[in-house]
Design a protein around this ligand. Sequence first.
Ligand code: F6P
Length: 323
Amino acid sequence: MQEIKTIGVLTSGGDAPGMNAAIRAVVRTGIYYGLKVMGIRKGYNGLISGDIVEMNLRSVSDMLHRGGTILHTARSAEFKTEAGMKKAVTMSKVFGIDGIVVIGGDGSFRGARDLSELGIPTVALPGTIDNDIACSEYTIGFDTALNTVKDAIDKIRDTATSHQRCSVIEVMGKNAGYIAVNVGIANGAEAIIIPEKEFNFNNDVLKPIIEGKHRGKKHDIVILAEGVGGAVELAQRIQDETGIESRATILGHIQRGGSPTVMDRVIASQMGAKAVQLLKDNIGNRVIAMKDNKIVNYDIVEALEMTKTVDEEILELAKILSL
Ligand code: F6P
């Protein structure tokens, strides 16, 4: 592999709070090690079209506290085509980019793997509110999203209590239930419904609501992961079968915004710096991950073959605590 002197950084897929902290870490660590750092705008689309600018120390001032990504992002359909990928490789060469840091979710990781296979050393950082990247216990943005959802549900709880209603709240997570499970515990849900676990309406939703009512509960919170979906229908069904007035709230993109928490800023900074350290040592084709609360890295192909599952114990705990 030729010596890496210039690196590019891009954010791809759904944005996540903390991506800016990761970009800042890449830029400043890169410059600290004497590398030239290029910011690639709008994800892989910017790599294809050459929407690329050189970054300096001040390019990343005053953004650590902001949600979103200063480099903008996209879900690039063109990059999934052979022609698109070829253009991306050509453009990397035109701009003299020897290695790339990709910050994004699992789709972005697959793009990073493809770039690596085409000869551009790439290091991927897990950035998504969903926490659904198999190789990593943690993804940048997850903690901020959890806190946003927690705050929203606390507010919904106030009105659910006043009206003695059942609130069905649909949270993001794509095909994973990590957000749902964690806020289910944090917000004291009566039921948590996630795509990873089959649910039975009578046992998992009706029973806790009806039994809770007999134990004196005045309102209910049901957390539904978007991967299962159907919040409005579920709320209607609960109302029809229990007689308890029910309302659905789909939280939507509010979950993706906002100032990143300390945890997201610190982890994003550590991961961004680690990615640069690998590239400056001419090591590419890796992903940065968290294992046992430490920052580690894996081969990108191996990382994409890993799997992870929701902890059954925490689901059990949520049931016990909702009694
Ligand atoms: O991956 C992050 C995420 O917010 C998912 O939770 C959700 O399914 C998806 O992105 C929504 O994507 P978009 O913003 O493109 O509608």
